[in-house]
Design a protein around this ligand. Structure first.
Ligand code: GLN
Length: 536
């Protein structure tokens, strides 16, 4: 027995040190020891959720099965731990303030001045402990976004400082992730930024228990001793996290460094035997040993930021490993593509993936790449807007509806082959109002997708407002573009595939949100298989 234990992960010195990967790796190690683990992320921005953010801001928006639009780190948690996260796993400052202000208007605090402390911090504490109340978890890892010292992180730091005493010191552990930079001029690793960052935490009342130091070079014993001494932590609690070729190696590195054992020790929990990482190691070995390379063109318009298509890239990586090939994903800016240059630009790729997206910027380039994939029989996967582009392309070039379009881009087309969903027509607010989360999809017997999934009914996640216009379905099917997946309740087209093409599939849902390291997604596996055939 015993209550749920909490691990808090903070970051210092700079952002982008990989708190999400460290949290996910620790989660994997604890899970591999038989503990029931989940991870949550606290984000200090004022958007209620990242659904209203452009991918350029913070990377992709990750969608959970329960329809929450969340931070991309939740994708790492699911991919590393093979768990499902939910709305409760991601909290933003916007959401915290929204509930406090709603309570204030309701009169819950009548007569009182509503303040950051205690009202905001109490709401943060309530949200953090919500998952623990379910009794489903032994350990909850809580990643605090941002960098300590930032103004916007302060209420979170204060909340977790208090929680240490509310929950009991033996039930909480603080991990602080920092950077140990290497100065090439003096050929030295520098610990001062770490010392300063720990000082900031101390000023806020938190003594970290474990330090994870990101570094490009090995940290020797003397350096670790110095950090331990100046930061008041045990020598064994100074953990190095060195750069590796794949993020999936990080759990193995953290195991070597004893991160899981140290965390369990601080939580007064048993470090039973050693974690069972057989499957994980097999996956990493495959990932690293595959040497045949498959090149995929990812056609999208947010290509300047690598994180914009995070889950798609990871899904391709998972599917590559199981197919024993290395998948090289090359981003192609859809605005750079046109009917004139597309064959030149796409000729070296074994497969083409047209990405999700919104609005009409770059749409012609996406449609041109569909034409190329269709005519040249290059394996094709279109996701969400990618499917919609495939539908538009077919209408224009095969069915002869020259003005065919989605009403998202053109309200006046006579052939609205993609149209706003009925349920969306009255929607005026932008936040959290799309068709979101998991819905059923029944698959057509004998189709490519049914062959890939090896089942008749699946559940996949969504994020869209527009859909295939069923008024045109007969015309499509007569000409060889078949609806092979539909939502059994509404009849909404979820999947289209083309007959007479080696592998041409478009999905209205986002398969990439469900692929994990140990359970690669069937559609990505099948897509990669088709690209391997195409490469031969
Ligand atoms: N913009 C399209 C829609 O809303 C596609 C969305 C997407 O690709 N996620 O339906």
């Amino acid at each position: 027995m015993g209550s749920t234990k909490y691990v808090f992960v903070t970051g210092g010195v700079t952002s982008s040190l990989g708190k999400g990967i460290i949290s996910a790796s620790l989660g994997r190690l604890l899970k591999a020891r038989g503990y029931r683990v989940t991870i949550q992320k606290l984000d200090p921005y004022i958007n209620v959720d990242p659904g209203t953010l452009n991918p350029y801001e913070h990377g992709e928006c990750y969608v959970t099965d329960d329809g929450a639009e969340t931070d991309l780190d939740l994708g790492h948690y699911e991919r590393f731990l093979d768990i499902q996260t939910s709305q409760a796993n991601n909290v933003t400052t916007g959401r915290i303030y929204q509930s406090v202000i709603n309570k204030e208007r309701r009169g819950d605090y009548l007569g009182k001045t509503v303040q950051v402390i205690p009202h905001i911090t109490d709401e943060i504490k309530r949200r953090i402990t919500l998952l623990g109340k379910r009794g489903e978890y032994d350990i909850i890892i809580t990643e605090i976004g941002g960098t300590v010292g930032d103004i916007e992180s302060l209420p979170y730091i204060e909340a977790v400082r208090q929680l240490r005493w509310d929950l009991g010191v033996e039930n909480t552990v603080f991990i602080h992730l920092t950077l140990v930079p290497y100065l090439s001029a003096s050929r030295e690793l520098k610990t001062k930024p770490t010392q300063h960052s720990v000082k900031v935490l101390l000023e806020n009342g938190i003594q970290p228990d474990v330090l994870v130091l990101r570094a490009e070079h090995e940290l020797d014993k003397d350096l670790r001793k110095k950090v331990a001494l100046f930061c008041n932590v045990e020598l064994e609690a100074v953990i190095q996290s060195i750069d590796v070729s794949t993020i999936y190696e990080v759990p193995l590195l953290m195991q070597n460094e004893g991160l899981d054992v140290m965390v369990l020790k601080k939580l007064n929990m048993e470090a039973k035997d050693s974690p069972d990482l057989k499957e994980w190691k097999k996956f990493v070995d495959r990932l690293k040993s595959s040497n045949k390379e498959i090149r995929i063109a990812l056609v999208g318009k947010y290509v300047e930021l690598y994180d914009s298509y995070k889950s798609i890239i990871e899904s391709l990586t998972h599917a590559g490993a199981i197919n024993k090939v290395k998948v090289k994903v090359i981003f192609i800016h859809s605005e750079m593509l046109s009917a004139d240059n597309v064959s030149e630009k796409l000729k070296e790729y074994h497969g083409i993936l047209v990405a999700p997206g919104f609005g009409d910027r770059g749409i012609d380039g996406k449609i041109a790449s569909v034409t190329y994939a269709r005519e040249n029989k290059v394996p094709f996967l279109g996701i969400c807007l990618g499917l919609q582009c495939a539908v538009i392309e077919f209408a224009r070039n095969v069915l002869g509806y020259e003005d065919a379009h989605s009403t998202e881009m053109s309200n006046y087309t006579k052939h609205p082959v993609i149209d706003l969903m009925e349920e969306q027509k009255g929607v005026t607010e932008k936040g959290g109002t799309m068709r979101l989360g998991g819905y059923a999809c029944s698959l057509k017997k004998g189709s490519k997708v049914q062959e890939a999934y090896q089942t008749d009914l699946v559940r996949e996640r969504h994020r869209h407002r527009y859909e295939f216009n069923n008024d045109f379905l007969d015309a499509y099917e007569e000409h060889g573009m078949i609806s092979t997946g539909i939502n059994p309740e509404s009849g909404l087209v979820e999947i289209m595939e083309q007959e007479g093409h080696p592998w041409f599939v478009g999905t209205q849902f986002h398969p990439e949100y469900r692929s994990t390291a140990l359970n690669p997604h069937p559609l990505f596996i099948a897509f990669i298989k088709a690209t391997i055939d195409n490469s031969q």
